[in-house]
Design a protein around this ligand. Structure first.
Ligand code: MSP
Length: 517
């Protein structure tokens, strides 16, 4: 296959770790599926992949929710995490490690990380000034207030101070600007980079408050009782604690760090593209190669979120349309770097046009003709017609190249567009070659065999490319077209399917969904 490394290269990819304060919806599923597709793609290419995901479980919000529900925070997060794991299992997410920030190994590492930054002078003690709501016992920043009042209860707040630790983020301002200049693709898409430079880096960075004393559900600062580590310092560290950095429980740091890419939603780019590299610089560690800030799935123009009540449940969609179809839709319908307007109508139309009409139809027509005209096994005797066959074959080879190039750019939509275009060409090839007419003439059997071979081979290559997106459905395609060997299921070189492959007609892979119209 193209791009296959000689020796096993490593590839480390991560999703953000999910904050269990609200229910998981297809917005979270979107990023996790994207990372899974990339992990599977790289594995298919022969890379030694480490795919990390997990949960971000500390902070005042979680403490408050648990209190409201009358359970201990740990009990609350344990319950949510079980559901997260179940959803990822359902969605076929092939993560290599699931890190929880309540994991003792992570806690130990974060304490050591915090201390190391304190010891090297990047963390210092100061005073955090904010607004305090007495009845709620909550600290707020000026910007969190709603009309100058407590965002929780709406009452008056007063000026307050608390002792806190600060991270010298300001010290890293110029180094970060240099990083953006020296490595132009460190943060993608380009628009996010400009936003960071213009809104944060160039105007100047302030030191960051990295400890709290007003609540206790967090990682204790082990040299100053009463302080807990700021939740973002805790959470960002997961990318290395999960690899065993400063703990003896996990491993992989030497092998997999620095990360090849962190996938993150656009609203948390700031933490990943400013605070995280500054922390790593402070620790003297290499920086991730890339941060990719993807867009949001929006519903009627607004970001899906539990607080606005417009969430879409992936469990329901998966049940109704199938896991593979949902995975495919999420990456096919929206460009990864921009926002995408979700609707169930769009989901149905993508399934109908790509999966039922193009892929499903091509498969069922090709397999049933092979069964009907050749008793499921083609002749070994072929008769190519270059004028008709060559354009299809060379377009197929070009599709593989286009697909790979798009995947390397994290352009999932572009990659799938290339496959769909080839499926359309293959469907058109059926009309152009009219196998049902060839079948009437005994002398045309070698020609008919060639035509069907080209169709099977196009299906096989499409299925290889689609495997990371639809791991289950593509297995069924391989079974139906008789692509049984590992080679036939992974190699994108045209002509890999053995001529003597035996097809097995199966169920219609993707049913057309009836719509009102
Ligand atoms: N806990 C932090 C991440 C810490 S990483 C060190 C967090 N968690 S979250 O649960 O709130 O969000 C997880 C991811 O889901 C984020 O990348 C966020 O952008 C993404 N999404 C949440 N809603 C989304 C959409 N509607 N659309 C796409 N992704 C969105 O942030």
């Amino acid at each position: 296959m193209s791009n296959t490394p000689e020796k096993k290269e490593t590839f480390f990819i991560s999703t953000p770790i999910y904050y269990p304060s609200a229910s998981l919806h297809i917005g979270h599923t979107y990023c996790t599926v994207a990372a899974d597709v990339m992990a599977r793609y790289k594995r298919q290419k022969g890379f030694d992949v480490f795919f990390l995901t997990g949960t971000d479980e500390h902070g005042q919000k979680i403490e408050d929710i648990a209190k409201k529900e009358g359970v201990a925070p740990q009990e609350f997060v344990d319950g949510v995490v079980a559901g997260v794991r179940e959803l990822w299992e359902l969605m076929n997410i092939s993560y290599d490690r699931f890190i929880r920030t309540t994991d003792p190994a992570h806690i130990l590492s974060v304490q050591r990380i915090f201390r190391a930054m304190f010891d090297n002078g990047d963390i210092y003690k100061g005073v955090y000034k904010g607004k305090y709501c007495k009845p709620c016992e909550s600290f707020w920043t000026e910007t969190q207030l709603v009309d100058g009042k407590c965002p929780d209860c709406g009452r008056e707040v007063s000026d307050a101070e608390e002792e806190a630790y600060f991270f010298r983020l300001s010290k890293y301002q110029n180094l970060l600007i240099e990083l953006y200049e020296d490595i132009p693709d460190f943060l993608e898409p380009e628009s996010r980079k400009n936003e960071m430079l213009n809104n944060f880096l160039r105007p100047g960075l302030e030191d960051l408050c990295v400890s709290r004393t007003t609540f206790s559900w967090g990682i204790p600062v082990d040299f100053d009782e009463g302080h807990v580590v700021y939740v973002w310092v805790d959470a960002l560290s997961n990318y290395i604690t999960a690899l065993g950095y400063e703990n003896g429980t996990y491993d992989g740091f030497e092998k997999f760090w620095p990360a090849n890419v962190h996938f993150v939603g656009k609203e948390i780019v700031r933490f990943h593209a400013i605070i995280w590299p500054a922390m790593l610089m402070s620790l003297g560690l290499p920086l991730p190669e890339k941060i990719f800030g993807h867009g949001w799935l929006v519903l009627g123009g607004a970001k899906m979120s539990k607080s606005t009540g417009n969430v879409v449940d992936p469990n329901i969609l998966a049940e109704k349309y199938g896991v593979d179809a949902l995975r495919y839709f999420l990456l096919r319908a929206f460009p990864f770097g921009s926002d995408g307007d979700y609707s169930e109508d769009l989901l149905v139309s993508v399934i109908n046009s790509d999966l039922a009409n193009k892929l499903g139809n091509l498969l069922s027509r090709t397999v049933s003709m092979t069964e009907k005209y050749f008793n499921s096994r083609l002749l070994d005797d072929f008769s190519p017609e270059p004028q008709l066959d060559e354009p299809l074959i060379s377009a197929c080879t070009a599709t593989v190249r286009e697909f790979d190039a798009a995947m390397e750019r994290y352009d999932f939509q572009g990659a799938l567009e290339a496959v769909v275009a080839q499926l359309s060409r293959a469907n058109k090839y059926i009309d152009d070659t009219a196998p049902w007419i060839l079948a009437k003439e005994p002398s045309k059997r070698p020609r008919l065999s060639s035509v069907l071979y080209n169709l099977l081979e196009n299906l096989r290559i499409a299925a290889v490319l689609l495997t990371p997106f639809m791991p289950t459905a593509t297995k069924e395609i391989f079974t139906q077209i008789g692509a049984d060997s590992d080679e036939a299921q992974t190699d994108t070189v045209y002509g890999t399917l053995p001529a003597k492959a035996v097809v097995r007609r199966g169920e219609n892979l993707f049913q057309r969904i009836q719509t009102e119209e």
